[in-house]
Design a protein around this ligand. Sequence first.
Ligand code: SF4
Ligand code: SF4
Ligand code: SF4
Ligand code: FES
Length: 957
Amino acid sequence: MSAVFDSYERAKDFGTPAPAPSTKQITLTIDGVEVTVAEGTTVLRAAAENGINIPKLCATDSLEPFGSCRLCLVEIEGMKGLPASCTTEAKHGMKVTTQNAKVAKTRRNVMELYISDHPLDCLTCPTNGDCELQDMAGAVGLREVRYGYAGDNHLSEKKDTSNPYFTFDPSKCIVCSRCVRACEEVQGTFALTIQGRGFESKVSPSQNQPFLDSECVSCGACVQACPTATLSENGLIEQGVPEHTAITTCAYCGVGCSFRAEMKGQEVVRMVPNKDGHANHGHSCVKGRFAFGYATHKDRIKKPLIRETIHEPWREVSWEEAFKFTADKIRGIQKKYGKDSVGGITSSRCTNEETYLVQKLVRAAFGNNNVDTCARVCHSPTGFGLKATLGESAGTQAFDSVHKSDVIMVIGANPTDAHPVFASHMKHRLREGAKLIVVDPRAIDLVRSPHVEAQFHLALRPSTNVAVVNAITHVILSEGLEAKEFIKERCEPEAYKAWRDFILDPQNSPENTEKETGVPAEEIRGAARLFAKGPNSAIYYGLGVSEHSQGSTTVMAIANLAMCTGNIGREGVGVNPLRGQNNVQGSCDMGSFPHELPGYRHVSDPNVRALFGKEWGVELESDPGLRIPNMFDAAVAGQFKALYVQGEDVAQSDPDTHHVTKALSSLECMIVQDLFLNETAKFATVFLPGSSFLEKNGTFTNAERRISPVRKVMEPLAGLEDWEVTQELAKALGYPMNYKHPSEIMDEIARLTPTFTGVSYEKLDRLGSIQWPCNDKAEEGTPTMHIGEFVRGKGLFRVTPYVATDEVTTRMFPLLLTTGRILSQYNVGAQTRRTENSKWHDEDVLEIHPHDAEQRGIEAGDWVGLKSRAGETVLRAVLSERIQPGVVYTTFHHPFSGANVVTTDNSDWATNCPEYKVTAVQAYKVTQMSDWQKEFAKFTDEQLEHLRRAREPNTVS
Ligand code: SF4
Ligand code: SF4
Ligand code: SF4
Ligand code: FES
């Protein structure tokens, strides 16, 4: 595809950011040439936009101009001296000279001073050929340094190599402050300062600490901004300057950051966030920028493996043998136990094209609808709740919309850890003055971080989201703050009336719900007034909303809140689910649910079945198939016998591990397609090696419905891309698939799915990315949905009664466990645990309030037994006042932690999404691992030995 470039070229830097969009243009003369630019453009940028590159060092187009280096001086007719072009706004009629003897001499003097305190080791410097200081020395024609190198200098400053991904070499620093400003303006962490004055000035992480010990979150924005080799990626230091690049998309979270994969041959030198990326605008987090080493980790399995049972060693076989073995097993099982005894699970980590093929394989080759996706356990309530109220199972905005919000409500989401780049954009807006309401049991970073403070933190008790959102809307209606015109014009009147009567019932008042939710009524009232006042109020929510027994109800309550305040259908507002994994939206769009074909069309609709049946050449089943929990129940009951899982680790990620592993052990054929022998693969009888995002072509769809390209930059280590594996499996089953490239799969999706009819690889290459719907009505996609009218026509208010969860605390289980993510690790950790990111988080810990800890004699660092009605595990204690007394918290990135041994099989009433966020537990001091952990360790050893024997058949252990 055309997005792969043959040669390496640094992205063009215009020196200062583009001005705010303006229709007004101005014309000035630069070096005798008339140029026209948007009003508000700096002289430096105006020149760069017109091919005139004024030397610069402290300026870069991702940062506000600073004006410290004095290299970008120009002459401007009528102005005194030599103004800095980076801080001077271009004016209509201005006459600028960028080069003459006076300017050149001044610039040379400036460079001379810099170079006199800079090591002259360009030939052996890691950024030789990719250094702005080197380029500028050449650009200004520096030929000598008159001051010599003998005076005071910084050349012997020590390097800081504490960060696993980048090195700080202060001997090369020119104190341009680009790093400090990047940390403030782009990332919003404020970890760096310039300490000292004049000659003593130096860059200091936090309190002059090593980077690793400082507040730095390793986003790399400072490294990207640094014009010298002072801050350099270790990949660049080790491998040298890249040779070619390709534009691709991060395979981690639902932000969907665009990257330039900078390559040498088939090796990634570094990942550089793409300035033209519409979701990230040149920023990234530690995962996307640095944590790609898992792709070539020694644990990668590169040959297919088969075995008859899970208690025997694997056998490495050819792809052909693996496909035949698998197809024979599936057909044999179907013959013996019936057509519906097999099924498949798609993954939100895989591409749209791969996901589409897996559900097609299940429907067309297995002949049933037993396909489900990991979105079942995260955002299925979003699909249900938004479809039921607004008419479309997707977020309403583009991420950029947040820059127009006046009030931002974050419910059950922790963006700084789980959606870091979006969090940086949100924090930028908050620093500009937008107000923040956080609804979360835990004091997430956003509640108070440098230059950001929530106006309200509604620290509710886990499981009471519905009561809190109902109470907020109760205040809005009872105080007459609702958007009457919007409701009248845009929403169904009968449904509104019924909902209004319901919500105004005193049972929904904050005073009434206070005892249940733990949130003082006055705080609810204050937050409700702030939200209603807006004028642009936006809601961002995450798994802290969906993963509850009332997940779907909360999503509908959130939609009600947005509709009743008129906050839908324009920029700055909306209902925005923050999707956890990279392709949650896409896996849902692609027909992964057992009741829906691609585009959320129900399998019971004969017209839809006829459309797909004709294209696929089969008759499709009209009954919805099994959801994941139903598959597990049926497996335990002996009715479900074979499962194909692509890119998903249900044994670690799904709730009630005892039940899941019992189900997996009951299968006769378990097929896992993945990069590593993950927890699920330990129960497999067929292992089909997967390909990482660097080894394949395809697309991901992020949380804002943005379809972005994934580009192959290296050959698949196992020889096949994931879509090819599914295709070959289909052929072995006797169902023909003959795609030559994933673009053909996308063409088929576009032919069959009304919201995708305008999507093609050619258009993706041209536009960079596309937000669906993309069709005749919106040829370049749809950033904001529901403008003018809702997708379903009129908005539908739904009555949302609060029903307390069955998962109640008792004397035996007096605490509530809730779970979440951490910045450095990703989901089940299969990828990030195989990178240096584990330096930040090498085990999951239990956060417990000091009061609860003291009552139990637990001290920081103690091993704590955590017991629920489902099971028991042991974690190390961390005392924290981030959580309220009565609540404990952990993450779930390490399999040995067994967080899901403890979570129960309670689930959302509408979608079966598990209630991960609420588990009644007891915590107590222990001295050894739990029985489950001991069993887990034994089983893991056994399975690793089976793998080792397959890989090294002639050695003895
Ligand atoms: S580390 Fe780099 S960006 Fe920061 S002040 Fe030094 S030269 Fe400038
Ligand atoms: S890596 Fe990111 S957080 Fe750390 S100092 Fe640099 S800009 Fe700041
Ligand atoms: S993990 Fe998310 S925020 Fe970080 S780089 Fe990847 S897509 Fe962007
Ligand atoms: S680039 Fe303008 S003063 Fe440094």
